[in-house]
Write a protein that binds this ligand. Structure first.
Ligand SMILES: [Zn+2]
Length: 50
């Protein structure tokens, strides 16, 4: 799983966050923003029209 910074839109891995801060209160390693979103893998919904 990875995170996306709300400010600089960079993708952060959990390893990056933990290595930098060693705390559950993660921050962006690039811009120090505390607002991070969980990055979800894009889900493609295929609806079959019958
Ligand atoms: Zn950032």
């Amino acid at each position: 799983m990875s995170y996306i910074c709300a400010k600089c839109k960079r993708t952060l891995t959990i390893e990056q966050l933990q290595a930098s801060f060693m705390s559950p209160r993660a921050r962006c390693v690039y811009c120090q923003s505390k607002i991070l979103f969980k990055a979800r893998p894009p889900v493609v919904r295929r609806v079959k029209a019958v």
